[in-house]
Design a protein around this ligand. Structure first.
Ligand code: MBD
Ligand code: FE
Length: 284
């Protein structure tokens, strides 16, 4: 065995990789400082914190425990994980409340832009012996009024059969289970992949310590991540889940919506499953 083959998946390795990815990405760029807005939001956040301290008579020992935990979150690089698991779902809810078309949900910490471009029918990059039930994920991208969107792109990324994401866990090929599929002139796509496993928040980092200290579970249901886009339309960031899968009804990240649950059926020939799911994009 080589050294890399024995490398362990640790909270700080995945956390710091997610922190680096976030720094290089910075979504739409930082908004210009709006003094009034900052004053309002930060004052209310602090006020809510002060209320909690008074209401629960928080002690110095607890205050120090919080301080040391917050310091450690940064050292573990787990701010993206913490925020995306416990806060992002409300930001997403507010951001998309007026958008028509298919439902979206949170992006999470493990998106990487510019995954290899693939044709309308494609197999995601995977290892020769990739584990997991084969899955054919197919559908069409359309506008709200039903017009097919030629050349829409479907970016897909997901964990493997052990719950690990390429570029955030050791020993996986760079683009494993990540791809940018370009739909055909009718907006159709057919993506061959494998079913991911549920995702467990790393137990050896700050988020894991919080979870066990609070007596919560550490799991997200198995999910596919997607970004679907077409010129002149709002990009949709979403996730899809599997009916009956573990933790579909108690996702630690609160990101499941009824519209996002797939019901794959066994394929006629072979041992895989298939499912059709169409995306409807709202005009920008
Ligand atoms: C994930 O895989 C994920 O999608 C989110 C939102 C948070 C942590 C891990
Ligand atoms: Fe995920």
């Amino acid at each position: 065995m080589t050294d890399t083959a024995t490398e362990q998946a640790t909270a700080s390795a995945s956390g710091n990789a997610a922190t680096e990815q976030f720094r290089s990405k910075q979504r739409a760029g930082a908004p210009a400082a709006d003094t009034e807005r900052v004053n309002t939001l930060v004052s209310e956040l602090l006020g809510a914190t002060h209320d909690i301290i008074r209401r629960h008579k928080v002690t110095y020992a607890e205050y120090d425990a919080l301080k040391s935990w917050l310091i450690q979150v940064g050292e573990d690089g787990e701010w993206p994980l913490f925020l995306d698991v416990w806060v992002e779902h409300v930001v997403e809810e507010v951001a998309n409340e007026d958008r028509e078309g298919s439902k979206g949900t949170i992006e999470g910490p493990y998106y990487v832009p510019d995954a290899p471009e693939l044709p309308a029918e494609a197999t995601l990059p995977m290892r020769e012996d990739e584990g997991g039930t084969p899955l054919l994920f197919q559908g069409q991208v359309r506008t709200v009024d039903g017009t097919p969107l030629a050349g829409a792109t479907i970016e897909m990324w997901h964990a493997d059969d052990d719950g690990f994401y390429s570029q955030y866990a050791p020993n996986l090929p760079e683009w494993n289970l990540r791809g940018t599929v370009v739909a055909d002139p009718q907006g159709n796509f057919k993506i061959h992949t494998v079913q991911p496993a549920p995702y467990q928040i790393p137990t050896d980092g700050s988020c894991g310590r919080l979870i066990s200290a609070a007596g919560w579970h550490a799991w997200r249901p198995a999910h596919l991540h997607l970004k679907v886009s077409a010129p002149g339309h709002h990009l949709i960031t979403t996730q899809l889940y599997f009916n009956g899968g573990e933790h579909v009804s108690d996702d630690i990240a609160s990101a499941v919506k009824p519209e996002l649950i797939l019901e794959p059926t066994p394929v006629a020939a072979g041992d895989g499953r298939e499912v059709t799911y169409d995306f409807v994009l709202d005009k920008a």
